[in-house]
Design a protein around this ligand. Structure first.
Ligand code: DOR
Ligand code: ZN
Length: 366
């Protein structure tokens, strides 16, 4: 890759990259105390973030979504702004979502859409954290999907089957065959985002799809294969759902993210859980990456020799897919060693960010 690309500036051995301020198209901010500890990490890097609705109880109504949005903004207003952002005029907008159930009504969706709720999340019941209220039968959601198709409101899918007879590592690929193919035939103009894709099958399926199909990709699925879960013992901080897959899948995801295709965009799936609940006999699923999200993506794109593709993936493709304006501000990242803390405060507990205690090769400058 040449360093004379307009966004890249080489100074001696250091390299700086300046890109349009990015958005996170998939994040978990939680609520209450946890929310107040994590919201700044996302808001200080991203202009907007699509906030997942899997709270307890889930966000199933417009009223709940708007009230959650004001709790997010309230928590952010109490978070000290880092020195590097002071005077930068930065702003953050949480983009709210509803949690789809078997009984979500078309009326509620129309109300939500006109109130600014941007999308609806489909969790197959039992697929992941707080998904027990999720969809048990996709056919029962057809009146809702019909409405979303008409409104142009995207459906965000946790695309894994929950059938216990299907191997955990195959659940995403099987979801495509069993559900997604038919769903797209029945709703050809419904905007669908396959969230946090983890397999070659998903990358190829999305790439071959039409303009109504897109996908988010996490930093951890670009950086790690499933060996990370078992290196030197069980590593719970690398456990998320969909679970990390074998190396050929990681390679396919890197290829998709760096290909220049507008169908792939950034979604961290940053999912905070207290350390003691991850380091547990039945540890929770979720990697906490918001603390250093753009540093991790820069590392993955740099390793692929594709830093010149980072801006489209992080700052353009998602906005274009959702039909929202691209951001105006910029951020700067520098290739320079950056030490990660061992842990972060999380109320009475601790939060362990991905790569805790290690040095990252990229630093978020401003
Ligand atoms: O690893 C995950 N954690 N995957 C999900 O789908 C949900 C998330 C969470 O909410 O913790
Ligand atoms: Zn998620």
């Amino acid at each position: 890759m040449s360093t004379d690309t307009k966004n890249l500036k080489a100074t001696n051995s250091a390299l700086e990259i300046s890109i349009t301020r990015p958005d996170d198209w998939h994040v978990h901010l939680r609520d209450s105390d946890a929310l107040s500890k994590v919201v700044g990490h996302t808001a200080f890097q991203f202009a907007r973030a699509v906030v997942m609705p899997n709270l307890k109880p889930p966000i199933t109504s417009t009223e709940q979504a708007l009230s959650y949005k004001s709790r997010i903004m309230d928590a952010l207003s109490k978070t000290p702004v880092p020195h590097s952002l002071k005077g930068s005029g930065f702003s953050f907008e949480p983009l709210m979502t509803l949690y789809l159930t078997d009984t979500t009504s078309p009326q509620e969706l129309e109300k939500a859409f006109s109130a600014g709720v941007v999308a609806v999340k489909l969790y197959p019941s039992g697929a992941t954290t707080h998904s027990d209220a999720g969809v048990t039968n996709i056919l029962s959601t057809y009146p809702a999907l019909e409405t979303m198709q008409r409104l142009g409101m995207p459906l965000l899918i946790h695309a894994e089957v929950t059938d216990p007879l299907v191997d955990l590592f195959d659940r995403e690929a099987v979801f495509i065959e069993r559900h997604l193919v038919q769903l797209r035939k029945d709703f050809p103009e419904l905007k669908i985002v396959m969230e946090h894709i983890t397999t070659e099958e998903a990358a190829h399926y999305v790439q071959a799809g039409d303009k109504y199909l897109g996908a988010t990709i996490t930093a951890h699925h670009l950086l790690y294969n499933r060996n990370a879960l078992f290196t030197g013992g069980i590593r719970p901080h690398y456990y998320c759902l969909p679970v990390l897959k074998r190396e050929k899948h990681r390679v396919a995801l890197v290829k998709a993210a760096t290909s220049g295709s507008a169908k792939f965009f950034l979604g961290t799936d940053s999912a905070p859980h207290a350390a003691h609940l991850k380091e547990h006999a039945s540890g929770c699923a979720g990697c906490y990456t918001a603390f250093s999200a753009m540093e991790l993506y820069a590392e993955a794109f740099d390793a692929a020799g594709a830093l010149d593709q980072l801006e489209a993936f992080a700052s353009f493709n998602g906005a274009d897919f959702y039909g929202l304006a691209r951001n105006k501000g910029r951020i700067t990242l520098r290739r320079e060693s950056c030490q990660m803390p061992e842990s972060l405060a999380f109320g009475h507990a601790k939060l362990i960010p991905l790569r805790a205690g290690e040095a990252l090769p990229w630093r978020f400058v401003s």
